[in-house]
Design a protein around this ligand. Structure first.
Ligand SMILES: [Zn+2]
Ligand SMILES: [Zn+2]
Length: 436
């Protein structure tokens, strides 16, 4: 009896409760700030106390800035920088868990530019909170809500809230009384009974689509821990080949992405932002996981391209508004180039050309004629000016050299144009002939 008792080895005890994070391996995985808030609640202590007396103590060589930044820049705890990394290490040592890194965006490091990735104050879906509470589920904040690019709930199709409806406060990720589902200032319930939402506006469709796909990316990164930026670039090259015969600028125009930024990513000089990546997938009508795995789209692309190009490929573009803008530009007294129009309405000319071929053709034709006429008129004016100046200089007994003409007209570059030089030579040689 004694000997069997001596063989029992006590498993290591964790200093803090080893509570399980919610949704690991899914698109609804919990965020680290939410985990910290729940851990404080489990220990019946304020968040600030748990952080100051436990988490800070568990960090070796704690930098001074850490004290200051922890609450002020709490959104970064869900990100991928050293604040997130040190917090994960500290919490893992306190809870003896090994999966807390999945509650941050660490796996995105090196794959997607991480600046501008985080939302600075909390956002939440009031219907999700309500649903969880009504069904007796644990209240928490998914990591997805920390992404700046995610503005809608993909489950309910509603816009995420960012202010408490009762006190109007904008909520920070962590403060003394943070608790998922409740305002940390006035303690009021943030949930609301679901109301039916019609998702019909283009922008709304796109936003919900983004939320779904950012969630899918989170899940994908958990499944495939070896995803690299190179793999994303290979996908990019593949789709540029399929859609625009290997022409990155054309592809960028079609997808509505800044061509130079796109070219840099295409060449592997920089990485594509999450927003651009989402726009590309939306344009291709494929999910982010299919994009990474280079799911063939060639056949469906070719079939749908002509019939659906206006209705579906570029849903984000407000077709009617842009059409009206182009029509207005076409009837404008002062014709402008397609490039300039595109710049004014912030849509790349390639994309305009792709969606409104007839209108764009008419605009380009009109501008070409206008340019031709203007340059003809200008040429005639210059010819007359040169002629008049020669006569004027001769009346003063001054030889009408190129320099003298330039000085009179205050046009130093006038003779750069070969046709003007020709005019000057013609007039002078005609005069010589007349003299003879
Ligand atoms: Zn929701
Ligand atoms: Zn409040």
């Amino acid at each position: 009896m004694q000997s069997s008792r001596s063989r029992v080895v006590m498993p290591p005890r964790s200093r803090l409760y080893n509570i399980s994070p919610i949704g690991i391996g899914t698109n609804q995985v919990e965020s680290l700030t939410s985990y910290i808030a729940r851990l404080s609640e489990a220990h019946c202590v304020f968040v600030t106390d748990l952080v100051r007396y436990e988490i800070f103590n568990a960090i070796e060589d704690l930098p001074k800035s850490y004290h200051r930044d922890f609450f002020r820049k709490a959104e970064q705890i869900n990100g991928q920088n050293s604040l997130a990394k040190r917090t994960v290490t500290a919490l893992e040592s306190l809870t003896l868990r090994t999966d807390l890194v999945d509650l941050t965006m660490s796996r995105l490091k090196g794959i997607i530019p991480t600046n501008q990735l985080l939302r600075q104050s909390k956002a939440w879906c009031k219907y999700c909170y309500q649903y969880w509470r009504d069904s007796g589920d644990i209240l928490y904040d998914p990591l997805l809500w920390s992404f700046k690019i995610v503005n809608y709930c993909h489950v309910h199709g509603c816009r995420l809230s960012s202010n408490c409806e009762k006190c109007g406060s904008c909520l920070t990720y962590l403060n003394k009384c943070t608790r998922p589902g409740y305002c940390s200032y006035c303690n009021s319930w943030l949930g609301e009974i679901e109301q039916k939402i019609n998702i019909d506006a283009e922008k709304q469709l796109f936003e919900v689509w983004v939320s779904t796909n950012v969630g899918d990316l989170i899940r994908y990164l958990w499944l495939d821990k070896n995803l690299t930026r190179n793999k994303l670039r290979e996908s990019l090259i593949y789709y540029v080949d399929v859609v625009s015969s290997g022409k990155p600028y054309v592809f960028a125009g079609m997808a509505g992405i800044n061509p130079d930024t796109f070219w840099h990513s295409y060449k592997g000089i920089s990485i594509l932002s999450l927003g651009d990546l989402m726009r590309i997938c939306y344009f291709l009508r494929i999910g982010i996981c299919d994009f990474i795995n280079q799911i063939a789209i060639k056949q469906s692309w070719d079939n749908n391209r002509r019939t659906n190009q206006r209705a579906s490929i570029l849903k984000v573009l407000d077709y009617e508004i842009v059409k009206r803008q182009l029509e207005k530009a076409l009837s404008n007294e002062n014709p402008k180039s397609l490039r300039e129009i595109g710049r004014n309405i912030e849509i790349h000319p390639n994309r305009l050309m792709y969606n409104f071929p007839e209108l764009c053709k008419a605009i380009s034709e009109r501008y070409k004629v206008f340019r031709r006429e203007t340059s003809k008129k200008k040429g005639e004016e210059l010819r007359k000016q040169v002629q008049d100046t020669i006569v004027y200089l001769q009346s003063l007994d001054i030889y009408p050299s190129q320099r003298a003409i330039k000085n009179v007209l205050h046009l130093q570059k006038i003779f750069i144009k070969p046709e003007i030089k020709q005019i000057w030579q013609d007039i002078l040689s005609k005069q010589e002939l007349n003299k003879e």
